[in-house]
Design a protein around this ligand. Structure first.
Ligand code: GDP
Length: 451
């Protein structure tokens, strides 16, 4: 869904790479690009404007982290602002303390409410709940049948009596308010702990629809009113969300059809415009295409960051200032990067945790599952053993390490000669990379290619 927005943002960040520090003009240009990318993705104008202003203020401000270069700082700021417009913290469902928890669904016709009802019911059941689905959408001719099908797929019972039938509670009429109320009574009697009430939508927002939704709400007093919005509808999403927010005062948003290829920015604006959290996402027609919405993870996906934030946090936590200053001085004095330094850097990385785990969090690392399985954290230990088997002179002048020295080092560290060769090759690469990095930014403490 957010592919083109992702591409635009990463192109913007790429322009910052290698810059030692950012001038005001750099920040201005970057922020302008970000705002354009958001607008082109259909993010609502005021949301894009506020977003850009916040990024600019923070990027120009004194917010500096010693562990990050300027480009990384901008990514970090953009990420945090994205999380914030997506609602900040993950918001969980609120359950009733006594009696069944009532969840009411609202939204336009075709938004994906009925489909979502099934997904939500299945997910709740998998979490140990005993949901009941209630078909209070009497507007659409086949809505009741559709809910029954959906319920069957989800393995969840559906309360959907025919109009004119005397139920245990009250004569069922074509009145959705009565059906909804009876559905909740049924759930109470049969001891379901959650009731999901599907309501009617219309093609557009109108007062009769809102009134009906309000009447149902007042009759069943739900803990949660979830507003389901089709993420494909573009800028209209914001107006529709505002209308429903005023009309029924929903408690949370569900983004549906996130699997589509629409630009998606409008969906990104909904939480910010209404002040209500996005709680779930619907990502396909199948009953399992459903996710709990996590603002931070969604932001990470949009920024194509893997879990770079966890990486950044770990870098900040284990950041060794003295070691970084020593390296910086070496660069400034144009001293060579030696195997001693290589070893020190390996140790810095090891402090951040398992290399294997780090690889999985690395964005754009493009590592297949199979490669990852073959990757062995012990490799880092072997590298360390190899370097430790070298004499101090060899470590600073690796050029002298000839064939017989290689054989000795291999014996000393319990590895094969070819592993020693590989390490030396890799070191030469890292040395070149460090020369390049000395000119620009780069994650300090991480030699390129060392993993
Ligand atoms: P309602 O009128 O709000 O109850 O909407 P429906 O649940 O009937 O959904 C309308 C259409 O959208 C149906 O054809 C669904 O199969 C489809 N749909 C619902 N959710 C999704 C989704 O997440 N992804 C895709 N691709 N289609 C969906």
């Amino acid at each position: 869904m957010f592919n083109s927005l992702s591409d635009r943002l990463s192109a913007t960040f790429k322009n910052l790479r290698g810059k030692g520090r950012l001038s005001e003009a750099d920040v201005d240009g970057t922020v302008r690009e970000i705002r354009r990318a958001l607008l082109d993705a259909d993010v609502a104008v005021p949301v894009a404007r506020d977003f850009a202003a916040a990024v600019k203020e923070r990027a120009l401000g004194a917010e500096v982290s010693e562990a990050l270069n300027p480009a990384q700082q901008v990514v970090k700021i953009v990420n945090e602002e994205l999380v914030s417009i997506l609602g900040g913290q993950t918001r969980r469902l609120q359950f009733a303390k006594v009696g069944p928890t009532v969840i009411m669904l609202a939204g336009l016709q075709g938004a994906g409410k009925t489909t979502l009802a099934g997904k939500l019911a299945k997910w709740l059941a998998s979490e140990g709940h005993t949901p009941l689905l209630v078909a209070a959408d009497l507007q659409r001719p086949n809505a009741v049948t559709q809910l029954k099908v959906v319920g069957e797929r989800a393995g969840v019972p559906v309360y959907a009596p025919h109009p004119g039938v005397q139920s245990d509670f009250e004569e069922v009429t074509g009145n959705p308010v009565v059906v909804a109320r009876n559905g909740v009574s049924e759930a109470r009697q049969k001891q379901h702990d959650v009731v999901i009430v599907d309501t009617a939508g219309r093609l557009g927002v109108d007062e009769a629809l809102m009134q009906q939704a309000r009447d149902i709400r007042d009759a069943i007093r739900p803990q949660e009113i979830l507003f389901v919005i089709d993420a494909m509808i573009g800028q209209d999403a914001v107006n529709t969300a505002n209308a429903f927010n005023e009309g029924v005062d929903f408690t949370g948003v569900v983004l549906s059809k996130l699997d589509g290829d629409a630009r998606g920015g409008a969906a990104l604006s909904v939480a910010s415009v209404t002040g209500k959290p996005i709680m779930f996402a619907s990502t396909g027609e199948n009953v399992n295409d459903f996710e709990v919405f996590h603002p931070d993870r969604m932001a990470g996906r949009i920024l194509d960051m893997g879990d770079v934030l966890t990486l950044i946090e770990q870098a900040e936590k284990t950041w060794d200032k003295a070691e970084a200053e020593r390296m910086a001085k070496k660069f400034a004095d144009q001293e060579d990067f030696t195997l001693e330094d290589f070893l020190a850097q390996m140790q810095q990385i090891k402090k951040m945790g398992s290399l294997k785990k780090m690889l999985t969090m690395m964005p754009g690392a493009n590592i297949s599952k199979q490669q990852l399985e073959q990757f062995d954290d012990k490799q880092a230990d072997r590298i360390e053993a190899i370097v430790r088997s070298m004499t101090p002179h060899e470590r600073v002048a690796p050029k002298i390490i000839n064939g017989s020295r290689r054989a000795r080092i291999a014996r000393g560290s319990g590895v094969s000669v070819s592993e020693v060769n590989q390490l030396l090759e890799r070191f030469t690469e890292a040395q070149k990379m460090m020369k390049k990095l000395a000119a620009g930014g780069g994650i300090p403490g991480i030699p390129g290619g060392a993993a």
